[in-house]
Design a binder for this molecule. Structure first.
Ligand SMILES: Nc1ncnc2c1ncn2[C@@H]1O[C@H](COP(=O)(O)OP(=O)(O)OP(=O)(O)O)[C@@H](O)[C@H]1O
Ligand SMILES: O=P(O)(O)OC[C@H]1O[C@H](OP(=O)(O)OP(=O)(O)O)[C@H](O)[C@@H]1O
Ligand SMILES: O=C(O)c1cccnc1
Length: 485
């Protein structure tokens, strides 16, 4: 698969700012930018990081081709010395990121760029574009998979995704979020994930009758035979014809494996219960019942509450578009600038809204677990050079509501640093796992969450706290800002 050069996939202002930096004394000043997001999609209690592998491909392929430079020249805004610089451009900075499939929370840096200001500025747009999309769909898929409660969820959204890229990378993200397969064949090939599917109504309609359509399909695919039973009348025609075909196959000595029916319209709870009874009575209790039709996590949960006899779910539109929450909201904010002594000077962005005030400095994130249960207790954002001793007590406090404090007794918790080096001085030092490995890791990650965090409605908020040192620096910067005003 050829990798696309996406160097011009950026907002125009990144380039105009770059030219400005290029002609200033500080053109090569190293800076720190953080990517973080402000709230979990769909009112959930957590999100899933995704997209890092595509970020790596993008960074590795960053270079302005002759045609790119010619195009920029034609805009009559960039001078020749800057265009010359662009033609020799490559990324020389460092990137740290939380690995894909990790459970993430609002306000913590999930990716950090440390690079000369021009380079760090250029990559903002594409990085956000990639991370925002895949993290959104991985999170949505994780919610759908949660509702399915152990049943398989197939990703069926390509035809309704917002274009080919959203379909492809959405399928990748949905697999990370926990789907068992996708109908998207190119995604299957590109990401080495299982491709799955049934057949369309058109298959049935193209035969003289439903029975012939079913029989032809079952003979072709006896080891993956899912018959769509709702083209004419689900209970009067579809299910009886499916049973007839299953019976004939058995009589002909053709072993059916992994076989069943799909419902795609009508009252899915009612129809599935009736169909289950009919299949069981005919001796096909191992036949599965799958369902599709504008499903999402809420409908699946509701259908389960109604006792629907469905054990396999096909989900398209709502998952691939994250219909109820179409944007992840990740942002890229300047956090520090290196001074002449090589130290990173923390920078802060003020806002009327306390929650929107950024966290300054060159930071990292530690995840804190309860030693006994292995469950996640809190995340701690701190400066990179801070050292913690798990045998000592740890005071955690909410960065906004600072009176909310928790003291963890030394020896009762463990800590794990989340941000991992991905590029160091321009060199990639990270090997992406396969998508299926990421998906397995993601499943394990979710096991560290308390049930109160994973529920779909009004989940408990995980504490995302600041170290005392970071809190003090932030407060000092805020105080200085208010004096200047
Ligand atoms: N028992 C149920 N409880 C809640 N929602 C359901 C139930 N059964 C189906 N739905 C959902 O209701 C929505 C609308 O279903 P409806 O039956 O109106 O459409 P349809 O059967 O596709 O209609 P049409 O036959 O015109 O295609 C779908 O999102 C479907 O998943
Ligand atoms: O409902 P979604 O969650 O988006 O899932 C995908 C839908 O796509 C197909 O319908 P479509 O009408 O496109 O084709 P069909 O004629 O094969 O049913 C399929 O039958 C599902 O209903
Ligand atoms: O294979 C299927 O059943 C399928 C694929 C795409 C969309 N809807 C259904």
């Amino acid at each position: 698969m050829t990798t696309q050069n996406l160097t011009l996939l950026t907002d125009f202002y990144e380039l105009t700012m770059m030219q400005g930096y290029f002609h200033s004394k500080e053109e090569n000043t190293p800076v720190v930018f953080d990517i973080f997001f402000r709230s979990n999609p769909s009112g959930g209690g957590y999100s899933i990081a995704a997209g890092l592998e595509q970020v790596i491909e993008y960074i590795k392929n960053l270079n302005f081709s002759y045609e790119d430079v010619d195009y920029l020249r034609s805009l009559n805004l960039f001078d020749e010395t800057f265009l010359q610089y662009l033609s020799g451009f490559h990324f020389s900075g460092s990137i740290y990121a939380i690995p894909e499939g990790t459970v993430i929370f609002p306000r913590e840096p999930l990716l950090k760029v440390i690079a000369p200001v021009m380079e760090a500025q250029l990559v903002e747009t594409a990085l956000l574009n990639i991370i925002n999309h895949q993290s959104l769909i991985a999170t949505k898929a994780s919610r759908v998979v949660y509702a399915a409660d152990g049943d398989g969820v197939m990703e069926f959204g390509l035809r309704r995704a917002q274009g080919p890229d959203a379909g492809l990378y959405g399928a990748r993200a949905a697999m990370i979020g926990g789907c068992i397969g996708t109908s998207n064949v190119l995604a299957g090939r590109m990401f080495d994930v299982p491709v799955k599917g049934t057949h369309a109504h058109s298959w049935i309609m193209s035969f003289p009758d439903e029975y012939t359509a079913f029989k032809t399909y079952a003979k072709l695919y006896p080891s993956a035979c899912c018959l769509l039973v709702d083209t004419y009348d689900t209970l009067k025609s579809g299910v009886p014809n499916a049973i007839r075909v299953f019976r004939e196959m058995r009589e002909e000595g053709i072993e059916l494996k992994n076989y069943g029916i799909r419902l795609d319209s009508g009252d899915l709870a009612y129809l599935s219960k009736k169909a289950r009874k009919m299949l069981d009575a005919a001796g096909f209790s191992d036949a599965f019942i799958s369902a599709s039709n504008d499903l999402d996590e809420y409908l699946i949960l509701d259908l389960k509450n109604q006792g629907a006899a469905i054990t396999s779910w096909g989900v398209g539109t709502s998952m691939i578009t994250s219909k109820d929450c179409p944007a992840f909201g990740g942002v890229y904010k300047l956090a520090a600038i290196q001074n002449a002594d090589g130290e990173f000077v923390p920078k802060i962005k003020l806002s009327e809204n306390t929650e929107k005030i950024t966290n300054p400095g060159n930071k990292t994130v530690h995840r804190i677990y309860d030693k006994e249960t292995g469950k996640l207790l809190a995340d701690l954002i701190c400066f990179v050079d801070e050292v913690f001793d798990e045998s000592k007590d740890l005071l955690l406090f909410d960065p906004v509501e600072t009176w909310k404090k928790t003291k963890l007794k030394g020896g009762t918790y463990t800590m794990r640093e989340l941000l991992k080096p991905v590029f160091l001085n321009g060199n990639c030092v990270y090997q992406s796992p396969t998508v299926m490995e990421i998906a397995a890791y993601c499943r394990k990650e979710k096991e560290t969450l308390w049930d109160e965090v994973t529920r779909l409605f009004n989940p408990h908020k995980v504490y995302i706290d600041l170290s005392k040192k970071l809190y003090d620096v932030k407060k000092e910067l805020l105080d200085q800002m208010s004096i200047q005003e």
